[in-house]
Design a protein around this ligand. Structure first.
Ligand code: MLT
Length: 256
């Protein structure tokens, strides 16, 4: 496997370190408003994952690549154990891989608008077919457009949808293709949740149409110390749509 390049990351604020991992096909900027709010009481680290935003793709990826990229970023920033490592959807899949590969570096995880189950075979096949089309030169809109109606709550303003449509469609086709293959190959993480000894924060938008509230109730049943929060008037990008509510939940979880 190709050597990973250092991730580009935003690193702001002082206090307990909170690492926020973005969803698919997105970039770290989806956390901007929440990070601004949290930076008054925490050190907030927000990477662009490999192949997204300003972080270059180094080669084919698996979930292990994204998790090990995060470990290398923490090393570079001299963060041994973050107070909270949280990921949204695809970011959550990466956090669950990090739980398997680097458990000694975790005190608490945040599983945000995500799920522990793997793709059913037809969904995985669809992702691999989309990856092939991107590699053949088709635009990221073939992936983004079918997802967009499910990303925000029904009440989200058109400007919100338009902004994130532009961000999604501006991602690198090869970066998105690599992630599609890695996501299609991800394992079932139920056993990893059961084995986890730390605290877990689960957050979901009340209108999440991709990873609904029931997915988070099921994940909570596998965890030793879960805190489950449903954010009203939010969809699959709950921390982006309702950043104040998300920041308050994180501050309450960390006691800051
Ligand atoms: C995401 O928001 O990261 C995606 O919904 C993940 C997925 O497609 O499974």
């Amino acid at each position: 496997m190709a050597q990973a390049l250092p991730l580009r990351a935003r690193d702001t604020g002082r206090g307990p370190a909170v690492v926020l991992v973005h969803g698919f096909p997105l970039e770290g900027s989806m956390w901007n408003a929440a990070a601004d709010l949290l930076a008054g009481s925490c050190r907030v680290v927000v990477p662009d994952q490999q192949g997204f935003g300003a972080s270059a793709l180094a080669g084919p990826t698996t979930m292990a690549t994204y998790a090990d990229d995060l470990a290398a970023l923490l090393d570079a920033l001299e963060i041994d154990r973050p107070a909270l490592l949280a990921g949204l959807s695809f970011g959550g899949y990466v956090v669950m891989e990090f739980m398997r590969r680097h458990p000694h570096r975790l005190d608490a995880v945040g599983l945000i608008d995500t799920r522990e189950t793997p793709d059913p075979p037809d969904a995985a096949a669809n992702r691999r077919a989309q990856a092939d089309r991107l590699v053949a030169g088709e635009p990221v809109s073939i992936v983004a457009e079918p997802m967009l109606p499910k990303m925000a709550s029904p009440d989200a303003p058109e400007s919100f949808r338009e902004h994130w449509r532009r961000v999604m469609c501006a991602q690198s086709p090869l970066g998105v293709a690599a992630a599609l293959r890695a996501i299609a190959d991800r394992p079932d993480s139920a056993a990893s949740l059961r084995a986890f000894r730390g605290r877990a924060l689960l957050v979901v938008g009340e209108h999440d149409a991709i990873t609904p509230v029931a997915d988070h109730e099921r994940m909570a049943s596998f965890l030793r110390e879960p805190g489950l929060h449903v954010i009203p008037r939010a969809g699959h990008m709950a921390p982006t749509e309702q950043p104040e509510a998300f920041a308050e939940i994180v501050r309450g979880f960390l006691g800051v």
